[in-house]
Design a protein around this ligand. Structure first.
Ligand code: GAL
Length: 660
């Protein structure tokens, strides 16, 4: 007995040091693979480089990060448990709100719900036995990522084996889904197009196929001319009414013909705008030469042949003040206006009218940007107190699109910012633009304040950003899409919710306006980006570096059937049918009676997704078409199911179509 007991004791003392779990602090791992929306991960301190503090409690250990943040860890055998206390750091500033999530082998095992600044920390304790991967996510709490400083405080692993190892997302090779366009003409214009009577008209027929190609039109109003070689229609928009014009294109390999309905009236942008905007590629580096090159590339690359036609300058084309902190390029520093108050472009934009003329000569449209405030967001001249003069100048130069960015307007309104104050500058500019003798599409950029989707159309807007800059939130395209879909009821032809630009291919890192580099999204996520924007009928502005378009990026941007879903004349934003935490359907009714359906998987593992006819409002046997691959998949009874890749969308059209 005594011997047995002492043997047992002895075994215990031998085994203890071998099996007791060791603590591995999260902050001791290599954090260079942690992706986050702003700044770098902080070890044992907050994003503001202060002690990690949640609701007054200070933590010696932990990692301070910023939404959206993703960190992947590979677990060795013997990983027992992950524990932490999570919360928004006290130094973040009011308004910070985040959601912490922990995924073990792709399954969400912890979800903090929305946590706000000042709220006490929440404990996390997750069983890791038998698991191989752990993902730590910090997402925005639904109000943008401003001040979203999330702490993984006291975060530690209990392990008896090897230390956990960070890893980057599995690399996926690019794959091409879009079929090569054939040699015969294919017409890619939307069914309807709005223009105002009596204004200058310009439209380049988007058509794929081998050039040279000859264009022709039946029932073209007499005030319009079609150039048979370029397919560019110019002239004056005819009196109010609907004109059903039969447009055709022919080359030695074949011909195509379709009806183009010109709706002459008060509403522009009857389908979502498409084009290119310089911001996420070139930031403060943009020049006149780069804008002209962008127009050349839209034509040369074939993007204009599927409908991308606006060539839009964003911020930084005017003058800035000398500023010791921002240090603007000296060639962009100068007086904002001349003695008559006329706005002065900076030295990189010597001829704004010449630039618009150059773009127009290609059949494309020109856009520009300013702020209702005294200065733009990057510190350049704004329109404050010169609105009328500027609107006239933009029209005189020949611009077709204005993005009006709130920026420093905050400095000229009350702190409370009443609804009237939010609307006032947009109402003013909306009226002014409508009075110009040309069609100018008006894009409101004020990040969704005052539920802009409810009143944007009323005050003259054609599209409005529904949230802050997507530049900080690329990891969140699914969440951003779900949020944007909440505003679907207010969307209609001529009035579009804008969740920001398409950022795929080469884009400049939004943190600090970096030089373009390959974007962080996997090929599947890049397809998802385009599928989601198509299903929401969001404006399609590519904002990557056009000089570095590769085959993959072009195939994502230029699929005419995917674009057809986006440009459908009903203009509907898809409704959401939630299936589980990670998967959902997006269902968009189309004008031909069929439905575009996205089988979406926002999760980090592949998942089966089922679109049952009941959820789509259909029954019986229904035809299904793969929109990306342009192939009919057959008739399906009761449902369509697909294995959807991690962060993927399978985009199909379901249902019979009725003749137009
Ligand atoms: C932001 C806007 C961006 C970009 C930038 C320019 O406010 O949301 O899209 O225009 O300003 O400074």
């Amino acid at each position: 007995m005594t011997i047995r007991r002492s043997l047992a004791l002895c075994l215990a003392c031998w085994a203890a040091p071998l099996f007791a779990a060791e603590t591995v602090w999260l902050d001791s791992l290599d954090l260079s693979t942690m992706r986050q929306g702003w700044g770098r991960p902080q070890v044992n301190r907050s994003m503001r480089e202060k002690p990690l503090t949640i609701a007054g409690t200070v933590f010696a250990h932990g990692v301070g990060t910023h939404a959206t943040s993703t960190y992947r860890v590979l677990l060795a055998r013997g990983s027992e448990r992950f524990t932490a206390t999570v919360g928004v750091d006290d130094a973040a500033g009011a308004g910070g709100s985040v959601v912490f999530q922990v995924l073990v082998d792709g399954k969400r095992v912890f979800n903090s719900g929305v946590m706000k600044h000042g709220q006490p920390g929440k404990p996390v304790s997750v069983d890791l036995r038998g698991a191989t991967t752990l993902i730590l996510l910090v997402n925005d709490g639904g109000d943008g990522v401003r001040n979203d400083h999330g702490n993984w405080a006291d975060a530690q692993f209990a392990v008896t084996g090897a230390r956990p190892k960070p890893f980057v997302a599995p690399k996926e090779d690019p794959y091409v889904l879009t079929p090569e366009p054939g040699p015969a003409p294919r017409l890619n214009f939307p069914a309807v197009y709005g223009a105002r009577p009596g204004n200058p008209f310009l439209y380049r027929i988007p058509a794929q196929g081998t050039r040279p190609m000859t264009f022709s039109a039946l029932n073209l109003p007499s005030s319009l001319r079609l150039d048979p070689d370029t397919g560019i229609i110019t002239g004056t928009t005819p009196p109010a009414g609907k004109y059903h014009i039969q447009l055709a294109a022919r080359n030695p390999r074949g011909g195509a013909s379709r009806t183009f309905t010109l709706v002459s009236g008060d509403t522009l942008s009857l389908t979502p705008q498409m084009g290119w905007n310089h911001w996420y590629a070139h930031y403060h580096r943009i020049t006149d030469a780069m804008m002209r090159e962008a127009a050349d590339i839209l034509i040369r690359s074939g993007m204009a042949d599927v409908g991308y036609d606006y060539v839009n300058i964003d911020d930084c084309w005017m003058n800035a003040e000398a500023d010791a902190k921002r240090k603007p390029d000296p060639a962009r520093v100068g007086p904002f206006r001349d003695a008559q108050g006329r706005l002065l472009p900076n030295a990189h934009f010597p001829d704004m009218k010449g630039l618009a003329d150059y773009i127009h000569a290609k059949g494309l449209k020109a856009g520009l940007y300013t702020s209702p405030g005294p200065k733009t967001c990057a510190g350049y001249a704004g329109a404050w107190q010169h609105e009328e003069q500027d609107a006239r100048l933009f029209a005189e130069w020949g611009y077709d699109f204005l993005k009006y960015d709130w920026c420093s307007y905050s400095t000229v309104v009350s702190k409370e910012r009443t609804l009237d104050e939010m609307q006032r500058p947009y109402r003013l500019m909306g009226d002014l633009l409508r009075r110009q003798p040309r069609d100018i599409v008006f894009n409101l950029c004020q990040y969704g304040m005052g539920d802009v989707w409810k009143w944007g159309a009323e005050i003259g807007g054609h599209s409005w950003r529904t949230a802050g800059d997507l530049g900080y939130e690329l990891d969140r395209i699914f969440e951003v899409a779900l949020k944007n879909c909440e505003h679907r009821a207010w969307q209609k032809p001529g009035a579009w919710n804008d969740p920001d630009y398409l950022q795929i291919g080469y884009i400049g890192n939004a943190r600090g306006g970096g030089l373009p580099e390959p974007c962080d999204l996997s090929p599947t996520e890049q397809y998802s980006f385009m599928s989601l924007w198509a299903l929401m009928a969001s404006p399609l502005f590519y904002s990557g570096d056009l000089t570095r378009l590769d085959e993959f990026t072009l195939n994502v941007l230029c699929n005419p059937e995917v674009i057809g879903v986006n440009q459908d004349p009903l203009g509907q934003c898809a409704r959401v049918e939630r299936l589980d935490d990670d998967t959902f359907l997006l269902v968009k009714d189309l004008a031909d009676g069929s439905k575009a359906v996205g089988l979406c998987n926002a999760g980090y593992e592949a998942a089966p997704v089922v679109a049952s006819w009941g959820k789509l409002g259909l029954s019986g046997a229904q035809p299904v078409r793969d929109v990306w691959r342009h192939t009919n998949l057959g008739r399906f009874q009761g449902e369509f199911r697909a294995e959807v890749k991690r962060r993927g969308v399978v985009l199909v059209r379901v249902g019979e179509t009725r003749a137009p």
